[in-house]
Write a protein that binds this ligand. Structure first.
Ligand SMILES: Nc1ncnc2c1ncn2[C@@H]1O[C@H](COP(=O)(O)OP(=O)(O)OP(=O)(O)O)[C@@H](O)[C@H]1O
Ligand SMILES: [Mg+2]
Length: 268
C-alpha cells in the first residue's frame, strides 16, 4: 500500500510557493491586495519561520499552503501536489493562534481527534505526546479547566499525533507569557529534532524565529512581499544559551534590518 507519507520523498520540496498573489474583496468594493508575488520554499525536515509586520499576509500565506483558501494567482505545491486535497490534508498539522479545542472532549480525546477522523487509533502515540508536551497529568481534564499555555500544549500534541510531514504554526505562542513561551520553544525544538518534520512557523518575535529556524523569511508590510530570506548559521541542537552567541546576535540584527528596510515605504 502506498501511504500518504511517501508523497514527498527523495528530498523534494515540502512546500513550493511561486509568484503567489492574493486579493480579498474590500469593504468598499475595491480589492485589497494582501500578497504580491511571494516565493517560498520549505524542504523536507526544514524549519522555516516567517516574520513581518501585522497585516502583511502571513496568515493568508499559511491558509493558502494549508488549502483552507484557494490560490488565485501563482503556483503552490504542498507535498508534491495541490494544497488541501485529501491526502495532503492528512499529512499536515496546524497550530493556530487560538488553540481551537473541542470543549466537550477531554485533553486525551482532543489530542486523539485527527486519529479518530482517519480511523487509525494509536493510544500509545497519544500518551507519548501527552508526556512530551508535559500535559499527561491532565489527560482527563476538559479544556475549560486548563490555562492558556496548557491549551496550546494540547493543540501542539493534536497537530502532531497523526505524524504529519508538514507542521504549519501561526503565532502559536503569541498569547503566552514569556516564561511559558520559552518552555514551549524548547519543547517544540525537542519534538522537531525527534520527528524531523518540515515546519512553517509564523511569529512576531525575531529572537524566536532565529532560535528555532534554519531560515527566516522576512516580509514587507502590505501588500506582503518577501523582502529577504536569511539563513541561520547556528549549530543544532539549539537552546536558549545560544541567544548570547555572536552568530545569534548577528543573524537577529540582519532580520531586524530587513524588517526595517522599507519603513519609509509607509508600511502599517
Ligand atoms: N477573510 C478576509 N477577508 C478580507 N480581508 C482579509 C481577510 N483575511 C485577511 N484579510 C486582510 O488581508 C491582509 C493580510 O491579513 P493576514 O491575516 O494574512 O495578515 P497577518 O500578516 O497574518 O497579520 P497579523 O500579524 O496581524 O496576524 C490584512 O489587511 C487583512 O485585513
Ligand atoms: Mg496572522
Amino acid at each position: 500500500m502506498t501511504s500518504t507519507l511517501d508523497l514527498a520523498a527523495d528530498g523534494a520540496l515540502t512546500v513550493s510557493v511561486r509568484g503567489v498573489t492574493h486579493r480579498y474583496p474590500g469593504a468598499d468594493g475595491r480589492a485589497l491586495l494582501a500578497l504580491d508575488g511571494v516565493d517560498l520554499d520549505v524542504r523536507a525536515g526544514e524549519f522555516v519561520s516567517i516574520v513581518g509586520p501585522s497585516g502583511c499576509g502571513k496568515s493568508t500565506l499559511l491558509r493558502l499552503v494549508a488549502g483552507l483558501i484557494a490560490s488565485q494567482a501563482g503556483g503552490i505545491e504542498v507535498l508534491g501536489g495541490t494544497p488541501g486535497d485529501a491526502q495532503r490534508a492528512h499529512a499536515l498539522g496546524l497550530v493556530a493562534q487560538e488553540p481551537g479545542l473541542l470543549p466537550w472532549r477531554d485533553v486525551a480525546a482532543n489530542v486523539r481527534l485527527p486519529l479518530d477522523v482517519t480511523r487509525t487509533p494509536d493510544g500509545a502515540r497519544v500518551n507519548a505526546l501527552l508526556e512530551q508536551v508535559g500535559i499527561a497529568d491532565f489527560a482527563g481534564y476538559r479544556p475549560g479547566a486548563l490555562s492558556g499555555g496548557m491549551r496550546q500544549r494540547v493543540a501542539l500534541a493534536r497537530a502532531l499525533v497523526h505524524r504529519p510531514r508538514l507542521l504549519l504554526m501561526d503565532e502559536p505562542f503569541g498569547a503566552l507569557d514569556e516564561l511559558s513561551r520559552e518552555a514551549m520553544r524548547v519543547e517544540l525544538l525537542r519534538i522537531w529534532e525527534q520527528e524531523r518534520i518540515a515546519v512553517l512557523f509564523v511569529t512576531h518575535s525575531v529572537a524566536e524565529a532565529v532560535l528555532l529556524s534554519d531560515r527566516v523569511v522576512v516580509m514587507s508590510g502590505r501588500p506582503g512581499r518577501v523582502r529577504a530570506v536569511i539563513d541561520v548559521p547556528l549549530p543544532r541542537p539549539r537552546g536558549e544559551a545560544q541567544e548570547s552567541s555572536a552568530a545569534f546576535i548577528e543573524t537577529a540584527a540582519a532580520v531586524r534590518a530587513a524588517l526595517r528596510a522599507g519603513d519609509d515605504g509607509g508600511a502599517a
